[in-house]
Design a protein around this ligand. Structure first.
Ligand code: PMV
Length: 326
């Protein structure tokens, strides 16, 4: 029985979350926490999907779902992966079903792009079993479509960085640019442990923009300016400027109402301990924050985040997007 294993990384958004949904650029980097998906052929036409981490599994047979673990919740969680399989079956008409096993070391609902990493790893493993020469661009497109099932109007930044890895400049409907940065970005990630829904937070910003189009429009454009300015700081390795820009970015996100007390506490603690900049990362409302610090301050900052109640995640940037292991 043919079997393929693929993995894809999580990410942190350095600058530009939310603004990116409204057409401004963002800067995002892949980190070395990964989701791994194994796909194997079945003798029948059934689709079986299992995710042990979130405790759900079940069979999709024709248009019906038969949960094995997790009931209705299983259907909701597994629907995007099933959509990816159906797209592959529509395209290649293979005449057989698949077993899909999902494993991930990425915290869920924390702003680190766990759902996108799972979608990208799934699309990669599923499409590769039918067509070993499938391109990364095709995988990105399929995973992005699956993300639209999870959060109505995603920008695509999460599946992009999970697919290609590295540090990306991402702007909706523009070619993705890989940034060549020669400096280390000493970052600490702090998780508030508060789960939240990206879709709801994106909808909240949309609603605020509908009510105050001129004001919110200007905040969003200021977010875009921060990203533009940061490119020079990144190229020059100017961590002080980058930190300052991260702080301004965070205050704009606060103005949009997507921070929360738990995030503020970790951000404040990090800045007080000597971080050059600290901000929420991802959709906000809980989840993770990031802090940039000179290497000699990293331990102090990490300790302060922990003391303030955060879980410190030690991770590094990775250049590897999708990896296929046969
Ligand atoms: O998936 P999260 O929670 O890291 O958030 C993604 C970033 C947003 O800009 C808020 C949404 C998007 O689709 O770009």
């Amino acid at each position: 029985m043919k079997r393929i294993k693929a993995s894809a990384p999580a990410k942190v958004i350095l600058l530009g979350e939310h603004f990116v949904v409204h057409g401004e650029p963002a800067i995002v980097l892949a980190i070395n926490k990964r989701a791994t998906v194994t796909v194997e052929m079945r003798n029948d036409q059934k689709i079986f999907i299992e995710s042990k981490n979130i405790g759900v599994s079940g069979f999709f047979v024709n248009d019906e779902f038969h949960p094995q673990r997790g009931g209705e919740r299983a259907r909701e969680k597994l629907k995007p992966i099933c959509a990816i399989v159906k797209e592959a079956i529509r395209k290649y008409n293979p005449g057989f079903g698949v077993n899909i096993n999902i494993e991930s070391s990425i915290p869920i609902g924390a702003g680190l792009g766990s759902s996108a990493a799972v979608s990208v790893a799934s699309a990669s493993a599923i499409f590769s079993i039918f067509n070993p020469k499938v391109s990364k661009d095709a995988i990105f497109k399929v995973a992005f479509d699956a993300e639209k099932i999870v959060h109505e109007t995603p920008s695509g930044v999460d599946p992009a960085v999970s697919t290609y890895g590295g540090i990306l400049w991402y702007c909706r409907s523009k070619p993705i640019r890989r940034l060549k940065i020669n400096v280390d970005l000493p970052l600490v990630i702090g998780n508030t442990g508060k789960e939240r829904s990206t879709g709801k937070l994106v909808a909240k910003v949309n609603e605020l923009r509908r009510r105050y189009p001129l004001i919110v429009g200007k905040i969003i454009r200021a977010g875009g300016e921060i990203v533009k300015r940061s490119i020079r700081a990144l190229r020059e390795g100017d961590l002080e400027t980058l930190g300052e820009l991260m702080n301004i970015n965070h205050e704009l996100l606060r103005a949009l109402g997507v921070s929360c007390r738990e995030l503020e506490e970790l951000i404040y603690a990090a800045r007080k301990a000597g971080a050059l900049g600290a901000k929420l990362t991802g959709a906000g409302g809980g989840g993770c924050m990031i802090a940039l610090a000179h290497p000699e301050k990293i331990i102090d900052v990490a300790y302060a985040i922990k003391e303030a109640g955060g879980e410190v995640l030690v991770t590094e940037k990775t250049d590897e997007g999708i990896i296929i292991e046969k």
